[in-house]
Design a protein around this ligand. Structure first.
Ligand code: ARG
Ligand code: ZN
Length: 875
């Protein structure tokens, strides 16, 4: 079945009120749902009421307090149809279902994770709990009563505010929660179990006191304090930056160890993958801390962008996700270094969204069709969706953007709306026409922009030719010209931006060129000296930019551009071009060679005290193998890319070892740990230098020393990675792996790092190594974090291993996908996405990858999730 945007119809019935009663039991939970149903205007009297279900078994059904007659309804596992609908405008429906939470391995609906009852209802998990109008435009107020064993589940949480609790016979107890804010069913949540808590409170701008709780397994409370701190900072930031206050008396976060995604924004009760809550210096890396801060913020910000204002239907997913990612990006930029965050965001976008947009799974930010909505929680909806909001900000400017957001909150509070509704607010606030701009939501594919410049000294004019095109994608064969806002500067010989007397050929407002036609020839007049163009500053538009630029100009920008992002971009482009060339050489059997200037540049940056360390770390890090493969685009040979990149790093290491060694020593940690961005940046730089120095020294020794003396996970794990990846079969590598296992075998999240480290050791035998690790006691096919760490780490983080020329990597992935599929279709479908770029491989690997995909495709009874991904990938 295919769902289409244009087929949207408002619901024939509404359910303004829902009362739920849970008799919690691991194997046999009884759910009673009493709902007030209203016939919508325009619905004929007697129209059957059709409710969604998923694998449900009905225990009882009553209409207006009377058991429903046998012939008045039909109950199937996936649908309940009430044919005898009372004639009045509204009636009460009571449904009793029985479910088995401990048998729920798909982790959708109500399930048990490490003895804790929890729920995940987005997108369509609520229908695995009871029959309901499980669609985001049906909003209800909820009252939830739950009872459970007091001993195993002393804690009973749901959405909203707690209203009552007490003891029952037989060692049981109950609690009642009430949520005054109408919400769609996907935001329902319940947690029952025995957990420890970190408690705190927050006073909102208007003086309301909110009780805060972060719930984690007993004994892990100390690892939840950073999350609590991030939550309080998020709450304050949303008030200050967007004028958004929290709206309940309590806000709870619960960490669970079995979770399909990162986290979930259920009203007043966010449920998190514990990976994104638990952190301390000994067990979490700086990246973990940064992710926790960002995801805590993301889920909290959903309270307004998602919960108070939600989506009319799932085609509008980016309405809440793109906007909320934009908000969490801005939060992280304010908490940390804006420039460094921007570079990381763009790297993520290019690594995940670009290949999606350029492959068989490409879809518009707002899709028009889907078979399985779970497969649309994508980098396109989230990350490109955020970039689109960022462009609206660029077009409107801060003041009008904020007015547009205020209007949106004002006008649509309590509603389920569409992208058009959001855009209309910005058009009104900014008095602009966003019709053409809206193509960013409707047209898939990464736009290409080609730029070339010329300078006429006589006429003192600088000419910029720009050409845009969007490649065809499965959603649209022919593309319209887009409105692309490109921030820019003309950098003069002294490094400062030059002014111009006049410009024609495109609309230019401030430092933004508005590209609207396929071709623009822009000429800037009154330019006394040849400038160097800095285009798409801050990555203002998510496009692939091809520029005819000399290396000299790139080096100039790398040193002098006032825009930090483009300084980084200039270096990145230089390295990219050299690596692509080197990969060609490696493929032809020649030893890859590099310019002295290029390979000596990093050492200079490493010691440049005028730059923040985190930025230096990013600038020195060359594009990843997967990035180079994406830039090459077709007929890709991962082995050649690997050899080229290794040769480049070796050359960089040789050229600046002495200089880098002194920077490395100067960055030594004083033993006190601070997770903030400044300190994290120093560790990041030191770790990049560690890898280069180990190359220069040709010995694992420095890594072993750093591993042994490390006082935090960031330094210890980096050392482990360098030693095991660079000296894979050395005694040092086995020694450190054994040591790591010994230290952390009781901590599954840290053992995930151990699994990933080994899954990403490059070269032959990688698949066999992963197969061995699948037998290790720390691995489990049913836990999504374990699967992502080992199998996901291998398939997306080990280019030479996964793409081994003998096909063992593809076979392993296909087999594992089919094994995971039996337990958890969503996780299986996610893994299958790693095949998406198979067509850009060289012919031999292409054939092997297609065969592996075909094995999956011909398996019987595939889930909708996996079937959808495999079919589209092969199409
Ligand atoms: N809304 C959640 C978030 O972005 C993600 C939930 C994804 N759920 C799913 N079934 N795909 O914060
Ligand atoms: Zn989200």
């Amino acid at each position: 079945q295919v769902f289409r945007l244009e087929e949207y119809k408002p619901s024939a019935y509404r359910i303004p009120r829902l009362e739920l009663d849970f008799r919690l039991d691991a194997q046999e939970t009884l759910v009673t749902a009493r709902m007030q149903v209203e016939r919508a205007e325009g619905t004929d009297v007697g129209t059957p009421l059709v409710l969604d279900g998923d694998g449900l078994s009905l225990v009882g059904l009553a209409v207006n307090g009377e058991p429903a007659g046998e012939n008045g309804f039909e109950a199937l596992p996936d649908q309940l149809t009430l044919r005898d609908v009372p004639a009045g405008d509204h009636f009460e429906l009571e449904i009793v279902t029985r479910i088995n939470p401990s048998a729920n391995k798909a982790l959708m609906g109500l399930y048990v994770s490490s003895g804790v009852f929890c729920t995940q209802c987005e997108a369509e998990g609520f229908r695995r709990i009871t029959y309901f109008l499980d669609r985001p435009d049906v909003l209800s107020t909820y009252r939830v009563r739950m009872e459970a064993d007091r001993a195993t589940a002393p804690l009973l949480l749901s959405n909203g505010n707690p209203v009552e609790n007490g003891d029952l016979d037989g060692g049981r107890h109950y609690a009642i929660w009430d949520d005054p804010h109408p919400k769609p069913s996907y935001l329902f949540a319940l947690v029952a179990g025995n957990l420890g808590v970190v408690s705190d409170h927050f006073i909102t701008a208007s003086g309301r006191k909110v009780a805060l709780g972060v719930y984690v397994e007993h004994g892990k409370e100390a690892r939840a304090t950073y999350a609590m701190d991030a939550l309080k900072r998020s709450m304050r930031w949303d008030e200050e930056r967007f004028g958004r206050e929290y709206d309940l008396d309590v806000f709870n976060i619960v960490a669970v160890s079995d979770f399909n995604m990162g986290a979930m924004e259920n009203k007043g009760l966010n449920i998190f993958n514990d990976k994104y809550v638990l952190a301390d210096p000994e067990t979490a890396t700086d990246m973990d801390f940064a992710n926790i801060e960002a995801i805590i913020a993301h889920e909290y910000f959903h309270n307004w962008t998602g919960n108070r204002i939600t989506c009319r239907d799932w085609f509008q997913l980016c309405l809440k996700e793109g906007l909320t990612v934009y908000r969490d990006h801005e939060f992280s930029a304010d908490m940390r270094s804006r420039a460094v965050r921007r570079i990381s965001e763009v790297r993520t976008l290019r690594a995940h969204q670009f290949p999606e947009d350029q492959g068989p799974l490409a879809h518009p930010v707002r899709p028009r069709r889907y078979r399985e909505i779970n497969n649309f929680y994508t980098a396109t909806v989230y990350e490109k969706g955020s970039e689109v909001v960022r462009m609206i900000h660029t077009i409107l400017g801060e003041e009008d953007f904020r007015k547009g957001m205020d209007l949106y909150f004002d006008r649509h509070d309590g509603q389920a709306v569409t992208i058009e509704d959001l855009i209309a607010c910005f058009e009104e606030a900014g008095r602009v026409d966003l019709t053409q701009f809206a193509l960013w939501y409707h047209q898939a594919g990464t736009p290409n922009v080609i730029a070339s410049t010329s300078y006429d000294e006589q006429a003192k004019s600088f000419t910029l030719e720009l050409e845009q095109s969007v490649p065809p994608t499965p959603s649209e064969a022919r593309k319209k010209a887009m409105h692309i806002p490109l921030k820019f500067g003309l950098v003069g010989p002294n490094g400062e931006d030059m002014d111009w007397a006049s410009a024609d050929g495109a609309e230019i407002s401030g430092d933004v060129i508005h590209l609207r036609e396929r071709r623009h020839t822009i000429s800037f007049k009154g330019i006394g000296q040849r400038p160097v163009l800095s285009l798409n500053r801050g990555f203002s538009a998510p496009v692939v930019l091809s520029e005819q630029v000399s290396s000299a100009d790139r080096y100039f920008l790398a040193q002098h551009d006032s825009d930090a992002f483009n300084r980084w971009q200039a270096l990145n482009s230089l390295a990219n071009e050299a690596l692509i060339e080197a990969a060609n050489q490696a493929r032809n059997g020649t030893v890859p060679g590099f310019d002295d200037e290029l390979v000596s540049f990093p050492a200079g940056i490493a010691g440049d005290e005028t730059l923040e360390p985190a930025y230096r770390a990013l600038a020195i890090t060359p594009p990843a193998e997967a990035d180079i493969a994406r830039e090459i685009g077709g007929n890709v040979d991962p082995d050649a890319i690997h050899r080229a990149r290794e040769a480049y790093l070796d050359a960089v290491a040789r050229s600046g070892a002495t200089q880098m060694a002194s920077v490395y020593d100067a960055l030594a940690d004083d033993g006190t740990f601070n997770p903030d961005a400044g300190h994290a940046g120093k560790r990041a730089l030191r770790n990049v230098l560690l890898g280069l120095l180990m190359r220069a020294e040709g010995s694992p020794e420095r890594g072993v020393v750093q591993y042994r003396s490390a006082t935090n996970m960031t330094e210890r794990l980096a050392a482990l990675m360098e030693v095991t990846h660079r000296f894979a079969n050395s005694p040092e590598a086995s020694e450190l792996l054994a040591d790591f296992e010994g230290r952390y075998s009781d901590n599954p999240l840290v053992m995930d790092k151990w699994l990933t480290t080994q899954a990403t050791i490059p070269g032959d035998g990688a698949a066999a190594r992963v197969r061995e690790l699948m037998k290790h006691s720390s691995f489990s096919l049913s836990n999504p974090n374990r699967v992502r760490a080992l199998i996901g780490g291998f398939a997306s983080g080990n280019q030479t291993g996964f793409h081994a020329a003998d096909g063992t990597g593809y076979q392993l992935l296909a087999e594992t996908i089919l094994a995971v599929e039996e337990l958890n279709p969503q996780v299986a479908a996610r893994l299958a996405v790693t095949f998406r770029s198979w067509r850009s491989l060289e012919p031999h690997r292409q054939k092997l990858a297609r065969e592996a995909l075909a094995t999956i495709a011909k398996a019987e009874n595939l889930s909708r999730d996996l079937r959808d991904i495999v079919d589209r990938t092969l199409a």
